[in-house]
Design a protein around this ligand. Structure first.
Ligand SMILES: C[S@@+](CC[C@H](N)C(=O)[O-])C[C@H]1O[C@@H](n2cnc3c(N)ncnc32)[C@H](O)[C@@H]1O
Length: 265
């Protein structure tokens, strides 16, 4: 059957949470007026944008949830920092019952969309529109920050990672996904080219790729894989592993050590 014009405009890559139709991301097909920010315009196309800009986005969320299914107990709390439109928590809530789920994002339009999707899917989640740098974090078994720390200025990033560590219960897990650089200039160029090939395959034009890159300059600040691991280690995380990696994207997990008997920190 012939698709209507409206359907054609909507994403060609439907997400596993298709409760809110997401128009196709064409934000960078004309010159952007400002630096990139998670405003109403971005929130409106976010679900299309993320799955066409982040390789293996849904597969990576699914992998994290498979791991957490084996780690979490009923009643455990999971906090998602920079939850955007709620994809991770919605999938987790659908897959594992009895968890306390909290999503924090300082973009009100993102939280609005997360709420609508949560209601439509019947998944109970506490959505908080606020700044995770200043809000107190509740005691949690798992704290997730997918594609989010990269938007936090380096000086504040370290403090935030320490705050995450402090908010976890002993034995708790952090999951951090980041866009990364390599530190080798040839490899960096090659990884960026490979990444842009991915974006072209996802339907972005060279013009859109270049404009988005300019808008993200000084907004998204990537670290190397080693810097990310060292940052986690420096605040106390141990058994740090790379759960997932594709080219210039990686997911790290780390554990807060169990308290040793008889020892007070
Ligand atoms: C790339 S998106 C994260 C994607 C999301 N985790 C996912 O997997 O779909 C980054 C998010 O972090 C949020 N963010 C950035 N800085 C923040 C802060 N200081 N406090 C709360 N949210 C923040 C942005 O509003 C944005 O929604």
């Amino acid at each position: 059957m012939e698709k209507s014009e409206k359907e054609k405009k909507e994403s060609a890559f439907p997400s596993p949470t298709p409760t809110l139709s997401t128009p196709r991301d064409t934000l960078f097909s004309s010159p952007p007026q400002k630096q990139f920010e998670f405003d109403r315009q971005v929130a409106g196309v976010f679900d299309d944008m993320i799955q066409r800009s982040v390789p293996f986005y849904w597969e990576n969320l699914k992998l994290q949830i498979s791991l957490l299914k084996r780690f979490l107990q009923p009643g455990d709390r999971v906090v998602d920092l920079g939850c955007s439109t709620g994809n991770f928590l919605l999938q987790l809530g659908k897959g594992v019952e009895g968890l306390q789920l909290v999503g924090i994002d300082n973009s009100p339009p993102m939280i609005e969309r997360a709420k609508i999707k949560g209601e439509a899917m019947g998944v109970k989640i506490e959505w908080i529109a606020g700044d995770f740098l200043t809000l107190p974090l509740p005691k949690s078994r798992v704290i997730v920050a997918n594609y989010t720390l990269q938007f936090v200025r380096p000086l504040k990033r370290e403090k935030l990672v320490k705050k995450i560590f402090d908010a976890l219960t002993p034995g708790g897990m952090v999951i951090v996904t980041e866009k990364i650089i390599s530190g080798n200039s040839w490899l960096d160029r090659a990884m960026v080219e490979i990444y842009y090939d991915f974006k072209r395959e996802m339907g972005y034009s060279d013009y859109e790729i270049a404009r988005k890159r300019e808008a993200l300059e000084n907004v998204l600040i990537p670290y190397t894989a080693q810097e990310n691991r060292e940052l986690l280690e420096s605040v106390g995380f141990r058994q740090i592993e790379t759960l997932f990696r594709w080219n210039n994207f990686a997911t790290f997990i780390g554990f807060k050590p169990e308290e040793e008997k008889g020892r007070k920190n």
